[in-house]
Design a protein around this ligand. Sequence first.
Ligand SMILES: NC(=O)C1=CN([C@@H]2O[C@H](COP(=O)(O)OP(=O)(O)OC[C@H]3O[C@@H](n4cnc5c(N)ncnc54)[C@H](O)[C@@H]3O)[C@@H](O)[C@H]2O)[C@@H](O)CC1
Ligand SMILES: [K+]
Length: 500
Amino acid sequence: MKIFTAAQVRAWDAATIDEQGISSLDLMERAAACCTEWLLHHCPPDAPFALFCGRGNNGGDGLAIVRQLLAAGRSVSVYVVQPGRAASPDFAANHTRLAASGISIGAVEEGAPLPGIPAGSVVVDALFGAGLNKPLEGVAAALTVALNDSGASIISIDLPSGLFMDRPSTTHAVIRATHTLTFGAPKLALLLQENAPFIGAVQVLGIGLSTRFAQETQSPYFYLTNKEAKARFRPRPRFAHKGSFGHLLLAAGARGKMGAALLAATAAARGGAGLLSCHIPRCGELVLQTALPEAMLATDACEDFLTELPADMDRYDVVAIGPGIGTSDPVAELLERYLQHSPGPMVLDADALNILAQHPYWLLRLPPGSILTPHPKEFDRLFGTHTSDFDRIRTALDQAAALKSAVLLKGHHTFVALPDGTGAFNSTGNPGMARGGSGDVLTGLLGALLAQGYSAADAALLGVYLHGAAGDSAAAAASAEAMLPSDLILHLGNAFRRLY
Ligand SMILES: NC(=O)C1=CN([C@@H]2O[C@H](COP(=O)(O)OP(=O)(O)OC[C@H]3O[C@@H](n4cnc5c(N)ncnc54)[C@H](O)[C@@H]3O)[C@@H](O)[C@H]2O)[C@@H](O)CC1
Ligand SMILES: [K+]
């Protein structure tokens, strides 16, 4: 599913109107009807609604929703912000229709007291949507703060008011929505971690926008859903043997961190690698051999951490390195040797990324077709401090192109920057995965997918999707609170089955 810019969203509306031979007012009525239906099904049946409308088409949506809620027999109050200002034609048309019903339309004016919100009300925010072009100020900003402080549930139409679609919004007043009902496709701003306080649960409402426009219009960003993951998945051929699925070398662990190695190794085994060898320090030999008999060991001479390259590196197709290795000087020197001698693409995670942050020029040795998996803090350590996620995703795309590799930015909607300049936001996963160990599972899985011959782009997209899907399956079984990263591994089978 493509993610469009504000300009493209406007063009999408226009293309729909043109293609379907309808008016913009008809499309507004349709969008409002989808919102009204959602409100009627998801809000308490006796809750009064309080709608706050701007003077553009987002406000026009709000006025149409008021009319539809009244027709459904619901109790509704409605306020227009700065009613003296110029209005869009579709707002004006809906205002005339609503006024004819006899309902009193309140005003929120500069300098006048703000209306109170009756207890138990559901607030519907239709102040500004995709047309926002400057930060909220004056009475709109004051109203936003008051609504946020009211404690009421706030349902934002299309976007939380004050939230820019394509640029940072973290320094000014923005509605803190409980739910955002957005039209057509998720918008970039709704997928970024920094906007989490504003967007609440996002619901994408299909309002019948042109599918041809969506197919034909290019966008650098897409939403990674089951459809996109399925398109990249290759079921195992019937006559395959273990040699068909590659040999992964996983370098992981140190004393006290063998859990990270075991999680990554088990995920690699379940992720489908034909052969798995683990380069681990001596102290981990017993635990790994016992817990994962499927793995072969390339045990380091050192008891407590990794120090030397395994012999015969050419035996391996892919190297995954990082979970639990630590950042001491000998380990850092070893990472440099791994970068020099890796026989194929690499997955770099956790401490490997922290070491690289100290030696950024080593990145030049990264084999093309590799995958880097930083979370935002590791990302900033590696590529410099960023003040917003918009900047981070641009850097991720630049780095992915320069390194000819996939660069992840892990988060609720993990961003996958691909070497061809496009990037995907993942649709799977849940807060139960925000735990130490989840990243180790992802590293093993990504290594296994690369070993099976997937390109960096396909392995990164599939791996991130499967990891989240396994998390969703684990949360369904054990709850987001009680699930463990090791449950992700047990649920990888359910995740793979979603791709058949
Ligand atoms: N175009 C269409 O056919 C459809 C549009 N829809 C709705 O229309 C919305 C976009 O409508 P508009 O383009 O009219 O824009 P908005 O309603 O978001 O904003 C209205 C106008 O307010 C002004 N404005 C922007 N920022 C401001 C600020 N900080 N303070 C004061 N004034 C400000 C601008 O002139 C802007 O055009 C979408 O988000 C969606 O809710 C839906 O009805 C679906 C169909
Ligand atoms: K809004």
